[in-house]
Design a protein around this ligand. Sequence first.
Ligand code: MN
Length: 724
Amino acid sequence: MAKAITSSADGVSANFAALAARIATLRPGADQELVARAYAFSLQHHQNQRRRSGEAYITHPLEVAAILAEMRMDETCIAAALLHDALEDTPATQEQIAAEFGPVVAHLVAGVTKIDHLDLAGSGPDRPGARQAETVRKMLLAMVDDLRVILIKLADRLHNMRTLRHLPPPRQQAVARETMEIYAPLAHRLGMGKVRGELEDLAFSYLEPEAYAQVRSQVESRRQVSEDFLHQVKARIEAALADLQIPCRVEGRIKRFYSIWQKLRRQESEIEQVYDLLAIRVITGSVRDCYAALGIIHNTWHPVPGRIKDFIAMPRPNGYQSLHTSVIHESGQPFEAQIRTEEMHRMAEDGIAAHWKYKDGGLTAEAEDERIGWLRRVVEWQQEMRDPGEFLATLKVDLHPEEVYAFTPKGKIIRLPRDATPVDFAFAIHTEVGHHCVGAKLNGRMAPLRTPIQNGDIVEILTQPGHAPSRDWLGFVKTARARQKIRHWVSAQERAQAVDIGRRALEREARKRDGGLRLLRDADLAQAGTEYGYLQAEDVQAAIGYGKISARQIFGRLAGDRSGPAKTPRLPRPVGGEGAGPILVRGFHDLMVYRARCCHPLPGEPIVGYITRGRGVAVHAEHCANVQNLMYQPDRRIDVAWAPHADAPQPVRLRLHTDDRAGLLNAITAVISASGANIGHIAARTGQGRATIEVILEARDLPQLEGIQSGLKAIAGVHGVERR
Ligand code: MN
């Protein structure tokens, strides 16, 4: 690994030289020229920038590149690591990087920049928290199409964690938590044991400083003893294997602080009882030698029953292979031995990065298969303790995403179905944002509202107060939530318009009748509306606006209920659709229906319907003289029938020719009232000893009307009763 980098210009270039030397050693044949150009570009673009520590900014990309070089990553990945902050922090553009370093490098840098925009652990109420961490990790895997993006991001995070002390404490906590919840488990999942271990220990030291200090002091107080012990054991194993001419490399190590702490917490035990506090690693040349080494170790010390594990025969789901055993030293000190080949060792340390042995210039089909296989195992692993149904669903999400993850400019994650649009995104944030959405920026650029959102897009919704959803949006939104909100808004809007139209129609009608003097009270409207199944005044207004009933009809209803103040009453025209009124038009719900003024058919009378131009269906009594004339156009005839319960009283106008004498009006009203019918209006015109009396009454049906008519004819002084 490259040494710590100083801020002097000389120090910086010296460390680039060190990087180049490591690449030459670990990956001979790598394109050093590409790496050198990337370094020069990064140096120039970050030249006036410093880190919080005061160091030149370039130290950061250099260290990140060095971490990846140690994992033997290819030159494309290392060049991208050197450039990884150029898009975010310098004027350089993706196009420029593509032009200078090729599309793959540009793609990797853009991918890292995308992840940088996320505040995955965040703070405040949006903080994903441990329960959502799994989702976030899946999302990270789903949103990158090139795993090198994740590897660069992990190296970036590792260096940032190493230098975290320079940030202000609240930021330290947020970054450390994000590392513990998201990045360390991600490294684990990718089999990168070394990165995971270091990330965990660093995050642990910030998140649980007291526990960290305690574990650390316990380990430190034993360090000298532990190291002497490990040294001695190591020498004995080396000697024993050398006797059998088994080539090997032996390393001793003290378990990491964070895993010690976890073990202490889990087992509620003392540090002395942790079997694998001290561990020996034996790295051999072949699988056969691994088993031979295991035999030698078991010959030398007593194995602890139940702690022998053969991960060579049965690898862990993330690909980890090793033989594990715990033995008791003659001093009583337990220790763990891990035995593996050189290749298994690299896999255990660098995980998926160890798979990056391919040359640049496109992966072979085999290599691609291997990588997909990796992803599959990664997914399987994260599912190992869950139910198979969920496992399959997740597999689908990760390998064939049905979902996309997009982000607010502040990094909040919004999960959407595939092909969701900015309108879906807006409604997912908040209903108001959806309502006032006028445009959207995807990754900083204006985009049409119907643009499908891609994984990792940063979506900014532009809003404007007073702006309203459009019915057209229903044509492209993908989420049920957006669809429902838009529908709701559109119909509420249409209703508001209908109410407005209805209110005006009522006002117009009122002016026509009373010169505008009579205003309808809401209670009156509501009462009139009950006849048509509406409960509220506003429902009545809306019904008029939608054309289901007419303002005149409402006034007529009101006139029927009151003793009529109107000067020259016209016969109100009842209207009804199916269910709403007394007349059914077969097969239609919303047709305007009214009884023809010439004959005013009553329930029970044979009727015919006639489609007028623009006023709905006129319903005539079959015997009406006009019907014969109208029916020249048979295609305008329509079947109508009385509703089964058409017993709502209907207005009928009668004209009576009488003598002009006192008490006659009383006799007339008495007859009508006795029949149970309401009188809507009654007025008399007199002259030369004669009178003409106009009566509007509400008759339930034909028999009732006929009863009234004969009753009236029987009154002395009444000469004729005419239905008008
Ligand atoms: Mn960075």
